[in-house]
Write a protein that binds this ligand. Structure first.
Ligand code: 5RP
Length: 223
């Protein structure tokens, strides 16, 4: 199976996984990226079984609306039953690196408001130690130099993601060569740097469930 076929399989599996949780009052949180896009397309077939969605990016909101699925502002909903999103890496504790699509801040906010976080990924994303994928850090633009120097002190090699402006009007540093042995501690350290908006470690609040597409089928990993 190709990586695209694996993503397709896990997107469909995610819809089947959350279907029993949906009723006419349910709000679904929706992530960003190519796997999340396939999830949106699969979810559209069931759009009459739930109330609507909160999206973690403008791109996902547009895709949802294109399917005729209602998209609410986060501040206008009181509960998100389940949030479904991809990841760039997951370890076996379901600590994640996210932000390859530059949506990490809104993703983290929607996760924080969700009862359950279902991560969807193909098997290439499961690793023993996080950090092969460069860690995205969303920064206030004027703080770029400062944050980059602080990331070097933490052992990383930051690279400015040229030409990318996030939905929040900020910039991204991709930090290479971090061997992330304590993801929760590193997430807190980076969040403490002045000028950082969010970093792409989802460890303090990890995924609750990882649906992992493999050549032998979709596996369900739980914390
Ligand atoms: C976007 C993300 C994505 O979930 C992550 O980059 C995975 O993307 P894809 O499903 O395209 O591999 O965090 O900010």
């Amino acid at each position: 199976m190709t990586q695209d076929e694996l993503k397709q399989a896990v997107a469909k599996a995610a819809v089947e996984y959350i279907l029993p949780m949906l009723d006419r009052d349910t709000i679904v949180g929706v992530g960003t990226g190519s796997t999340a896009n396939l999830f949106i397309d699969a979810l559209a077939k069931h759009k009459h079984t739930f109330d609507g969605t909160v999206a973690s990016s403008e791109a996902s909101a547009e895709r949802l609306k294109g399917h005729g699925i209602p998209v609410y502002e986060l501040n206008s909903v009181s509960e998100i039953r389940v949030y479904v999103d991809g990841a760039d890496e997951s370890d076996h504790h379901l600590h994640l690196i996210k932000g390859g699509g530059a949506a990490l801040t809104r993703e983290k906010i929607v996760v924080a408001c969700s009862d359950l976080f279902v991560c969807i990924a193909d098997e290439s994303k499961l690793v023993n130690v996080l950090g092969d994928f460069p860690l995205p850090v969303e920064i206030i633009p004027m703080a770029r130099g400062h944050v980059a120097r602080e990331m070097v002190k933490l052992g990383g090699d930051p690279v400015y993601r040229e030409g990318v402006v996030t939905d929040n009007g900020n910039h991204i540093l991709d930090v290479y060569n971090l061997e992330i042995l304590d993801p929760i501690a590193l997430e807190k350290s980076i969040d403490g740097i002045v000028g950082v908006v969010t970093n792409g470690l989802f460890a303090k609040r990890s995924a609750d469930v990882l649906l992992l597409a493999t050549k032998d089928g979709v596996k369900t990993l739980k914390k």
